[in-house]
Design a protein around this ligand. Structure first.
Ligand SMILES: NC(=O)c1ccc[n+]([C@@H]2O[C@H](COP(=O)([O-])OP(=O)(O)OC[C@H]3O[C@@H](n4cnc5c(N)ncnc54)[C@H](OP(=O)(O)O)[C@@H]3O)[C@@H](O)[C@H]2O)c1
Length: 314
């Protein structure tokens, strides 16, 4: 029987890369991976081709290129790239182009990698956090959540996948422990004693692979996480893995927003939202369900055991 092709947006990146590797690691699973990239000649693209992926050129800004790349595919994994441009409006345009292209190509199962529109829970008129980009609490959440409607409106069969904080942010996103004036390492997480759902980025793609094997999840919204941990629990796990004390620094969200790095206001709002709506946000990311999609799902300690030496300790 011929394999079902999954076209993977962001295949050279974290989420899409995990999915391509999950498909290729299961040669008898009945699926083939088509990796979308802007540059098939890049080293990362060539690496995926070497592993057995079909590599095709596409750009999420160009709906025709997406249509061609999705043609003949059974499934499409759709993800946007907020941190490339920091624009909610651009992110929505990217999502709209992917939804339209998937519909036009007759894709049977789309996974849209999304997040909640926080404004459904926290009206924009609420004054606890600054409004960003004119109409958002957390632009990269709200834009994704708003974009859910594009997939429903065009009528493409879609699973809405709510992802969560990558622990890999400790390596690549400057979220790792930093040395304070007292010489001690501090892990900054402005969420008090509230729990942060987190995941190894590679596990998002593995969970997505599990979803493609479950057509009953079409039309459903699902959420995934590897663990729900407080900042203190994460600091304790970091201390153990690194062999030196890491303290949790629970600065208030206002202080975090003032840190001044690009996106600090956005991240401050995001963490405040996750803390204020801890119960609902965690409940939307059930751990047993995530593990049912991906039996290899890592805990934070497991992720640290493999990745601890890659975390820059500033
Ligand atoms: N960091 C977190 O904790 C976290 C948590 C939840 C959700 N997210 C969301 O995850 C999304 C990013 O996903 P990711 O982390 O998997 O991305 P990533 O690792 O940064 O990878 C992005 C990949 O996308 C490709 N790309 C960039 N612009 C493109 C374009 N215009 N057209 C086609 N491909 C393009 C690039 O590949 P080529 O150069 O090969 O084209 C790149 O390898 C963001 O929207 C973010 O909000 C992040």
């Amino acid at each position: 029987m011929s394999k079902k092709t999954i076209a993977v947006v962001g295949a050279t990146g974290a989420q899409g890369g995990g999915l391509v590797r999950a498909i290729l690691a299961d040669p008898s699973g009945g699926f083939a991976a088509r990796a979308l990239t802007r540059d098939p000649s890049s080293a990362k693209a060539k690496e995926l081709a070497k592993l057995g992926a079909e590599v095709v050129a596409a750009n999420v800004n160009d709906v025709d290129s997406l249509r061609r790349a999705f043609q003949g595919a059974y499934g499409a994994f759709c993800v946007t790239f907020f941190w490339e441009h920091f624009s909610a409006d651009k992110e929505k345009a990217e999502a709209r182009a992917m939804a339209q292209a998937a519909k036009d190509a007759g894709v049977k199962h789309v996974i849209w990698s999304t997040l909640e529109d926080t404004r459904k829970w926290l009206p924009i008129t609420d004054t606890r956090m600054p409004t960003l980009q004119g109409k958002y609490n957390v632009p990269h959440f709200d834009a994704k959540g708003e974009a859910n409607a594009f997939f429903s409106e065009v009528g493409v069969p879609t699973t809405f996948l709510n992802t969560c904080f990558y622990w890999d942010n400790l390596i690549h996103f400057g979220s790792g422990p930093k040395k304070g004036p007292d010489g001690k390492l501090a892990f900054v997480l402005p969420m008090g004693d509230k729990k942060l759902p987190g995941i190894a980025a590679e596990d998002i793609g593995r969970c997505a692979y599990g979803i493609f094997k479950r057509p009953d999840l079409i039309g459903k919204t699902v959420g995934i996480a590897g663990e729900h941990l407080t900042g203190a629990q994460m600091a304790a796990a970091l201390s153990k893995a690194l062999g030196q004390e890491v303290v949790h620094n629970a600065v208030p969200p206002d202080v975090y927003r003032g840190f001044g790095f690009p996106g600090a206001d956005e991240m401050g709002n995001m963490f405040q939202f996750k803390a204020d709506f801890e119960e609902q946000y965690c409940a939307a990311r059930d751990l047993a369900f995530s593990r049912s999609l991906n039996p290899q799902l890592q805990t934070f300690a497991q992720w640290l055991s493999v990745n601890k030496d890659r975390i820059p300790l500033g």
